[in-house]
Write a protein that binds this ligand. Structure first.
Ligand code: 5AD
Ligand code: SF4
Length: 471
């Protein structure tokens, strides 16, 4: 048994990152799951969604078949998120359901993995749960075949590593979409923003080799994918752990030259956003004009307490350059309200910045103390009622600008990559280059294609469109 240790998880050394090309399935198990089914439940960010695509690939590689029906599953995998309390609560709620299921269906194997499994306090509690069979963390989910084998032969497995982390290559992957794909370019985070648990749950910031990334993008393109989203906690810090000055701008430029029609990337940090990056984005037609640039707060005082290491002035400077160099760029953001010590004046500054930048969209959150992070220990005098009021006020403003941004698209024509059926009955859905969701009445044959779409109606969260003949 290996339990997580938060103190170990935050250590950073100068040790070289190991890139492991053959760390998967050393037991050579291929039919462990023959005639059996697995269900995977995923909480949290794109990173977790993509990890689940790998876990799915691994389960199918050892013979399991996917099911969406919990009652049919022989293995249930819960891939968890730790970023905020409500993510925790959702996963814990699901665990309640699974516990209940296990009372009548003893044979089902329950695997608990992801960011919550990296949390010391939580794992110390859940390791005692008799109905939880395998616990593993973000650094070792590729060992699930071995853990399943061990569980079947010896019983309960709890293996969580609080290490800086390696880069694991060559894992089987089962992607959710045939047209758009996530590509990891970097793992972990070294920024240690004071509110954030990610540097503890996902280890040190480490980049994948550019050759491996480009090979993956080429293969996706050859297999009919039209869009890749490069994934990392701080994509623009890509390559900082290399010794050869190769950086994110170089990577973007190389990915663009593969010819894949659409390239996106998340998440950018205002700290490492260089002019060279902006130059590359502006020059390459296949890099989409959409930048997610978390600001977190509009107050320099709060930004300092958050450990964000930029000022509002510097942030606005980047926004100005982006708008000057990339026509029609969409900018979205993340904002936290109610950070410990946030005064009404600080909050007003957040509203001011929203009024200045006029974001296309923002993801807004109430500060959630995460055990082991510095902000969790900061004095917090603002009541929850006050925080909720601030959030509602902020959301109202965000929604106003989201609608305004969408209204600008009315009557215009955009290339839309059609991804599949929409929630709106009888329609299909896809995204514009600016990442705006469009619902379209069109032929099924157009799914997977990039087609010109004229915008006929707009709402706060989506657009309606019709196929246009030309732009
Ligand atoms: N409380 C609230 N929001 C948080 N985020 C990260 N940690 C916390 C926290 N402890 C938000 C940030 C980040 C986004 C992914 O989640 O805004 O950008
Ligand atoms: Fe968390 Fe900050 Fe790293 Fe983003 S940059 S993952 S908010 S520590």
């Amino acid at each position: 048994m290996n339990l997580p240790k938060m103190n170990e998880a935050k250590k950073r050394t100068k040790n070289e990152v190991k890139i492991l090309y053959d760390d998967y399935n050393s037991l050579n198990i291929s039919n462990l799951g023959k005639d059996k089914k697995y269900l995977i439940l995923t909480y949290g960010c794109q990173m977790n969604e993509h990890d689940s695509e790998y876990i799915s690939g691994i389960m199918e590689d050892i013979g399991y078949e996917k099911t969406m029906d919990m009652d049919l599953a022989d293995v249930i995998i819960v891939n968890t998120c730790a970023i905020r309390e409500n993510a925790h609560n959702k996963a814990e709620g699901m665990l309640g359901r699974i516990k209940h299921l296990k009372e009548t269906k003893e044979d089902v194997i329950v695997i608990f993995c992801g960011c919550m499994a990296q949390e010391e306090g939580l794992v110390n509690k859940i390791k005692e749960y008799k109905w939880l069979d395998i616990i593993c963390g973000t650094h070792n989910y590729h060992k699930i075949p071995e853990y399943l084998y061990e569980y079947m032969n010896k019983g309960k497995v709890c293996e969580v590593y609080s290490i800086e982390g390696n880069v694991i290559e060559n894992l089987p992957v089962n992607r959710d979409s045939k047209y758009t794909a996530w590509v990891n370019i970097q793992y972990g985070c070294d920024k240690f923003c004071t509110y954030c648990i990610v540097p503890y749950t996902r280890g040190k910031q480490r980049s994948r080799k550019s050759e491996d990334i480009i090979d993956e993008v080429r293969e996706l393109y050859n297999n009919g994918y039209s869009e890749v989203t490069l994934l990392g906690q701080n994509v623009n810090a890509y390559g900082k752990d290399f010794l050869n000055n190769y950086d994110f701008a170089d990577l973007l430029s190389e990915v663009a030259s593969t010819g894949i029609p659409r390239i996106r990337f998340v998440t950018s940090h205002p700290w490492d956003f260089t002019d060279k990056m902006i130059e590359v984005i502006s020059k390459c037609d296949n890099i989409m004009p959409y930048i997610h640039l978390p600001i977190q707060s509009g107050s320099d005082r709060i930004l300092k307490l958050m450990g964000r290491k930029y000022t509002i002035k510097e942030y606005l400077e980047i926004v100005k350059k982006l708008r000057a160099k990339i026509p029609n760029v969409s900018i979205t953001t993340d904002i936290i309200v109610g950070f410990p010590g946030e005064t009404e004046e600080d909050f007003e500054k957040t509203l001011d910045i929203v009024n200045k930048v006029k974001y296309d969209l923002a993801y807004t959150f109430i500060f959630s103390p995460r055990e082991g992070t510095p902000a969790a220990k900061m004095e917090d005098k603002v009541s929850m009622a006050e925080k909720k009021e601030r959030l509602a006020k902020l959301n109202e403003l965000i929604n106003k600008y989201a609608l305004l941004a969408n209204e600008k698209t009315l009557g215009k024509t955009y290339d839309v990559l059609i991804l599949g059926e929409s929630d709106k009955k009888g329609k299909y859905m896809g995204y514009t280059p600016n990442m705006k969701l469009v619902n379209i009445k069109c032929d099924k044959e157009l799914v997977g294609k990039i087609v010109p779409v004229k915008i006929t109606d707009v709402k706060t969260w989506s657009l309606d469109g019709e196929i246009a003949n030309e732009k």
